[in-house]
Design a binder for this molecule. Sequence first.
Ligand SMILES: *Cc1c(COP(=O)(O)O)cnc(C)c1O
Length: 222
Amino acid sequence: MAETLQQKLDLVQQRIHAACARAHRDPAGVRLLAVTKIFPVDVIREAHAIGLREFGENYVQEMETKAPAVADLEGARFHLIGHLQSNKTKKAAQIFQTIDSVDSVKLARRLDAEDVPLDITIEVKLSHEESKTGADAAGLTDLVEAVRTSRNLQLKGLMTVPPWSEDVELSRPYFAKLRELAARHNIAELSMGMSHDLEVAIEEGATWVRVGTALFGKRKKP
Ligand SMILES: *Cc1c(COP(=O)(O)O)cnc(C)c1O
């Protein structure tokens, strides 16, 4: 059984490599976003020490408290993967290098107005769950246009979170749909797949997988 973070990382890398082999993909084309929400700063520092550089956090306020203690980590980049309220764009633009949950034109305009260069990923909501956020596929054209015509934002990718299911095959149609939308809009990166369904996401073209539990263990409720 995997005990240390290094062992858990090795297992995640093996899963990524095996999925890439099945899908005839180069593993270099799948990047790992280590999701450290709820975990303390020591966990981020330990992950950085074994080579991880890209981190996902869900809450602006939580990252605000962590930021000073990770500011010295060479090459570390922080992605906001949780919903961003438009009254928190100033803070978010200061402490994150990339906002991966942009879901409205209004939010994109506010981020652009902060006058900081930011990478952007658009979160698309492909399910009908009330609890989920994300742009609808129908509004995507306007949102893509708003980001592409902005001064400070660089459109990198699309992200989605399918409905949770034990059966990972149920995630597949959502991942396939995201890939289609990205192709239609000529968008390169696809952030999809988490601890339980990263294989299916890689088979469907993920270029980023967002992994928390498989690396760091179970989270306590926020
Ligand atoms: C928490 C979270 C993850 C990580 O999920 P795990 O199942 O712990 O790997 C990935 N993406 C988003 C958007 C999250 O909120």
